[in-house]
Ligand binder design. Structure first.
Ligand code: ARG
Length: 251
């Protein structure tokens, strides 16, 4: 009898233990699944930080996508040129950073359908003798490391003429300080940087026209399909246009 009692007691203890340990203190009460977005939050108006908060077109669209997926969005900020590796390793669920779809990147990750267009433009100091893309020949060009502007300009104007910075804003500081003669970067951040800094202008000639999309790990086709379905819905009901209009005024 004693034996049976102690057995019951032991079983009860084990049960309680299992039940009590089921809810670790750190878990959110609503048990929401978290979906992680890898980005580089130094690229206004697509992603930037205001204090500790992440803001921008990509952050807002990703928040809506997460809702569609019944998940909660977590933004993970990193260097732009680490995003694809981070997606491949599964450290983040997707990469969203005003990221251009390119053939080289397509070998490494899958891209969703495109949700925005980007244009690579050239920023110069007002009154610069650089008036066209040809004038860039032999000049020092500043870029953000690992971006299409960085990759293309090294190809077109020679690696020795391109200085790659970890952030677009650092390239702008270099331009103002005369360390580089021009900066090649996406048009919307370019407009934001020119608005924040006096004495700079954007050349009218466009360097490259591109599609932005979300990068997903090759193996994770299930997530790719779900994000595409969410994007389709958010496009059809006008959510994406509304978010973009919140940050970019139509000219
Ligand atoms: N569109 C360019 C690219 O994909 C630049 C993107 C940079 N994005 C960022 N969040 N810093 O290469």
């Amino acid at each position: 009898m004693k034996k049976v009692l102690s057995l019951i007691l032991a079983a009860a203890l084990i049960l309680c233990f299992a039940a009590c340990s089921q809810q670790p203190a750190v878990e959110k009460p609503d048990n929401a699944t978290v979906i992680k977005m890898g980005t580089n939050a130094a690229f206004p108006p697509y992603e930037f930080k205001e204090g500790e908060a992440f803001k921008g077109i990509d952050v807002d669209i990703a928040t809506e996508i997460a809702k569609e997926l019944g998940a909660e969005l977590e933004v993970v900020d990193m260097e732009f040129d680490s995003i694809i590796t981070s997606v491949q390793k599964g450290e983040v669920d997707f990469g969203m950073a005003g990221m251009t779809v390119t053939d080289e990147r397509k070998l490494e990750v899958n891209f969703t359908s495109s949700y925005a267009t980007g244009v690579q433009v050239v920023i110069v100091p007002e009154g610069s003798d650089i008036k066209s893309l040809d004038d860039l020949e032999g000049k020092k060009i500043g870029t953000q490391l690992g971006t299409t502007g960085d990759i293309y300009s090294k190809d077109d104007y020679g690696e020795e003429n391109v200085v790659s910075y970890s952030k677009g804003a650092d390239a702008i500081i270099a331009l103002k300080g005369g360390d580089v003669d021009a900066v090649i970067i996406d048009n919307e951040p370019a407009k934001a940087f020119v608005a924040q800094n006096e004495g700079l202008e954007i050349l009218e000639t466009e360097y490259a026209i591109e599609d932005y999309a979300i990068a997903v790990k090759k193996e994770n086709t299930d997530l790719l399909d779900k994000i595409n379905a969410a994007l389709e819905k958010l496009t059809a009901d006008g959510t994406i246009d509304r978010i973009i209009a919140n940050y970019i005024s139509a000219e």
